[in-house]
Design a protein around this ligand. Structure first.
Ligand SMILES: NC(=O)C1=CN([C@@H]2O[C@H](COP(=O)(O)OP(=O)(O)OC[C@H]3O[C@@H](n4cnc5c(N)ncnc54)[C@H](OP(=O)(O)O)[C@@H]3O)[C@@H](O)[C@H]2O)C=CC1
Ligand SMILES: CCCCCC/C=C/C(=O)O
Length: 481
């Protein structure tokens, strides 16, 4: 039996043909997922609109709204093992990642934004009119479509859902068709927590569901995480429908700069974590390594050694360090780009092939001798593929910054050095939403996350997400009237 849709407080079957969800570690179907029809998408949006105006939601006191978010966080904790196993089975990530990053991360987001509910303040402005009070209010935007990706389905849903609900919005959730299951379970827990009917709606689907939401005239704001190509389609659909507000977290191609004074062992460990977490299926993954020529050989050798000792395996196997890629389609995408890298002359140091086992596993791969013009430096691979380039030393800092910035993306970057001036100059010069000095790209709910350039619009997490889900209203009060 297929999973169900959740519309206006009811669990219902999708009217379109259900689709298969695969266990990527086995390459076999393990669940059927309901597919919403176009009419059901309309019903979900209508339910969210009605709930937005309902006193059951609108008139809740901030402390009451916060209590619902705290309750949801507690329910996630109570079901942590079940959620982690489900995420691992559906997405492929090692169980420890599901536990610590996905499930604990999701619960922490609901707690963090529950804390914000009672602290969403406006301001007063000293306008130049006599007898006039001017103040601002932050109001919820209205109906929000949340279109979430397949790399961290549960956690990224929490990035969007927690601030949306904290600010008093209503939502229609549309998970990636590749990984819908943890979203279905989270919505069950939200219903159990007691959110009023219509506040949280879920439409699973693939093929047109996302497009229906992006073109919908009664969606006020859409938050999307995924490819830049779809991000562009969404901006077009917004422009051609109702100019809905957009928050877009799109592709990345993070540079990693390793200076001559870096602790190479620490840099290798940090870059392996930053480049291969979730098998490289991370928008902020470190992918192109610019190493000072004096340390290049040592870095490549140690990186390749680290990569080749990593244990590939099903996420549910506790010894596994690298899980499968999420789907056969994505495995083919990674394989194609690795072949392009070889054809363009990158030196394959280790890996480079689909692993010889069931499921969608790709060998972790290191390319050396990579040139700036190569496709592996520019295209988002979103897999376990690390490309090493080099640079000439401290005098090259300006050109190094230019090379790091020679990309359409600007989500994240990293610098490895003991010299504070080098770190600061690079952090200032690189055009990216986050620069990590001597550490992997670890998000935190208190810190903004998002990109420059084609990596997106707006910021998630931190206080910035409160802005993403609110409108600012200016109230002018003439008390001399
Ligand atoms: N930034 C990140 O975290 C992520 C980046 N990626 C990158 O994206 C690449 C391609 O991944 P892919 O699996 O194709 O997924 P995409 O990221 O391209 O997005 C697929 C999602 O977008 C929705 N969608 C498609 N068209 C529209 C539209 N016009 N309006 C609104 N939503 C739409 C789909 O829903 P529907 O079919 O129902 O319309 C589905 O939910 C990956 O190789 C990777 O590089 C992928 C995942 C996460
Ligand atoms: C160490 C945890 C890394 C989590 C990265 C979250 C990724 C987000 C994205 O790809 O959009």
């Amino acid at each position: 039996m297929a999973t169900k849709l959740y519309i206006d407080g009811d669990w219902i079957d999708g009217d379109s043909e259900p689709f298969d969800s695969y266990d990527p570690a086995e390459g076999r179907v393990f669940e059927q997922v309901s597919q919403a029809s176009s009419q059901q998408v309309d019903e979900a949006v209508a339910a969210a609109r009605a709930a937005f105006g309902s006193s059951a939601w609108r008139d809740l006191l901030p402390v009451q709204r916060a209590a619902l978010l705290f309750r949801l966080a507690d329910l996630i904790d109570q079901h942590a093992e079940e959620l982690a196993a489900l995420e691992t089975r559906d997405q492929g990530q090692p169980l420890e990642i599901s536990r610590t990053v996905s499930v604990r991360g999701a619960a922490e987001h609901f707690r963090y934004y529950a804390g914000w509910v009672t602290k969403i303040e406006g301001s007063t402005s000293p306008v130049s009119f006599p007898d006039t009070l001017h103040y601002t209010r932050k109001e919820p935007i209205g109906v929000n479509a949340l279109i979430t990706p397949w790399n961290f389905p549960l956690m990224i849903l929490a990035w969007k859902l927690a601030p949306a609900l904290a600010t008093g919005n209503t939502v229609v959730i549309k998970p990636s068709e590749v990984t819908s299951l943890s979203s279905v379970r989270l919505v069950e827990l939200a219903a159990q927590a007691g959110f009023p009917a219509g506040v949280v709606n879920l439409v699973t689907g693939g093929g047109e569901t996302g497009a229906l939401l992006s073109a919908h005239r009664d969606v006020d704001h859409l938050s999307y995480t995924g490819s830049t190509a779809v991000g562009k389609l969404i901006t077009k659909a917004s422009a051609e429908s109702n100019l809905k507000r957009l928050t877009l977290e799109l592709g990345g191609k993070a540079p990693s700069i390793i200076a001559a004074d870096a602790d190479i062992d620490a840099a290798v460990a940090g870059n392996l974590a930053g480049g291969l977490l979730n098998s490289g299926q991370v928008c902020a993954a470190y992918t192109r390594f610019y190493v000072d020529k004096r340390r290049e050989q040592e870095f490549v050798e140690k990186l390749a050694r680290g990569v080749s000792t990593m244990v590939l395996g099903a996420g549910l196997d506790p010894s596994s360090q690298l899980g499968p890629l999420v789907s056969e389609k994505h495995l083919n995408h990674v394989q194609r780009l690795v072949e392009v890298g070889r054809a363009e002359g990158a030196e394959l140091v280790t890996g480079g092939r689909v692993a010889d086992r069931e499921g969608y596993f790709f060998q972790p791969t290191v390319f050396a001798g990579v040139q700036d013009s190569m496709t592996v430096v520019h295209e988002e691979i979103f897999g376990p593929v690390l490309s090493v380039l080099s640079y000439d030393g401290p005098d090259e800092l300006e050109s190094l910054i230019a090379r790091a910035n020679d990309t359409e993306y600007g989500l994240a970057a990293t610098v490895w050095t003991k010299d504070i001036a080098t770190a600061q100059r690079l952090a200032n010069g690189i055009r990216a939403g986050a620069v990590f000095v001597n550490m992997p790209p670890i998000p935190d709910m208190a810190a903004p996350w998002g990109g420059y350039k084609a990596s997106g619009w707006g910021r998630e997490m931190g206080p910035q997400a409160i802005d993403a889900y609110t409108e600012t209203k200016a109230v002018w009060l003439n008390y001399g009237y």
